[in-house]
Every structure is written in C-alpha cells, then in structure tokens.
Design a protein around this ligand. Sequence first.
Ligand code: ADP
Ligand code: MG
Length: 238
Amino acid sequence: MGQITLSSITKSFGDVNVIPPLDLTINDGEFVVFVGPSGCGKSTLLRLIAGLEDISSGKIEIDGRDATDAAPAERGLAMVFQSYALYPHMSVRKNIAFPLKMAKMPQAEQDRKVENAARILNLSSYLDRRPGQLSGGQRQRVAIGRAIVREPAAFLFDEPLSNLDAALRVTMRQEISELHQTLKTTMIYVTHDQVEAMTMADKIVVLNAGRIEQVGSPLELYRSPRNLFVAGFIGSPK
Ligand code: ADP
Ligand code: MG
C-alpha cells in the first residue's frame, strides 16, 4: 500500500498552466521529497495528489485504483499541516482524535489509536494538555499524530517545519525520518530547502516551473545532475 502513479497530469488556473504534463511514480514505502524554488508548483502538485485541487487532465492512481475523481477522504492519504493548524481550545487527545471523531469511530477504538500514536511520538504524558502548553516541536508532533491515527497509505507534508526555528527544524527532520523508519509508510515531503531534501529523501524530485528537471536519490543528483538548474539547486559540481 502507498504506491502513487501520476500519468500526464496537468493543472491550469484559468489560462495559466502551472503543471505541464507530468509523469511520476512513487513507490510503496518511499520517502519522496519535492524540492524547488518558491512558486515552482510543489504545493499545487501535493494538493493535486491529495485531491484538494482537481487536475485539469491526466490520471492519478493510488495502489492500482483510479483515484482521479476520488474525494480527498476517499484517497487514503493524510496531509500533515503546520503545527498552527491545531485547535487551541482542544486537548492534545482531542486534537489527535479529531479525524476519527469525524469518521464516527467507536470511542474505545479512537482511544486505542490515539494512545498508540502518542506512544510513537513520545506524547503520552501530554495528552491532556492544550497546544498552548506545549513546545513548538511537541505541537508539530501533535499535528503528525492527527495524520498517524488515520493509518494512511501515504503521508503528505507541505513545508511542515518552515515556521520552526533552525535548531528545532533539525530535530524535527530527524524525528520525521525516524517516524518513516518506524511506520515504513510512503511519505511525500515538500520543501524549498536543499539540505532537508538531501538529508531526508530516498528519492528527490527537482521541480522547476511545474516541470520535473530530475528524479533520483540524493547521491545520484549530487554526482550526476542532469543540467545546470539541478546542479545549482542541489549545490553539486557541474
Ligand atoms: P510552491 O509551493 O512551489 O511555492 P505553488 O504550487 O504554491 O508553488 O504555486 C505554483 C504556481 O501556481 C504559482 O505561480 C502560483 O501563483 C500559482 N497558483 C497556485 N495556486 C493558485 C490558485 N489557486 N489560483 C491561481 N494560481 C495559483
Ligand atoms: Mg508551497
């Protein structure tokens, strides 16, 4: 579970084409990073995969099923938002349980899933606190917990660390990488930060004006950048 195939997908907003025909396969369990400069279409691409925006043409398959017209909730994917998307008036427990409550899951099952996610994220002793009583890193972990309880086929992250300070960003990078090793679930991670891409990815997708310039492992991109854009962006010699 967790294979995503994009076939000739495009996206235009009105007359403006943001994603020209694009093909990409994301394999089950991969940690894939979309990297590129601001405005290159990273968020749009992620939102198309999540179903938060409709593609203009093409096909999206998730685990072999045609998901092109599927609603976001039907895709089995979980978007991780920045920590400020938490509900300030709700406890950590209620914040994490929120998607399960919406799905009307029985309470005992909700509790079990929330406690399991809290254990994975080292939040067990904070379940009764409110987000305002937590550190920035803990808050980000709560936001991730809200995705974990849904047991998604893939996690989608859109620059989740961009509002954290530099030291905390380094810690959280490591925590998300460890989470990937624990869960072994597909993760798609959007960033404009080359260091984040190089340290976290199994596979990097370098985007430029909506086009894929190159796909490869961090080492492949560093050693054999296909063009000057990739070389310049990744900081490799060419
Ligand atoms: P990134 O996440 O890489 O910074 P985005 O995906 O947010 O880039 O944006 C890519 C391009 O699409 C930008 O030129 C942006 O202005 C445009 N865009 C994004 N969303 C919309 C929208 N809802 N309506 C019109 N243009 C949009
Ligand atoms: Mg963006």
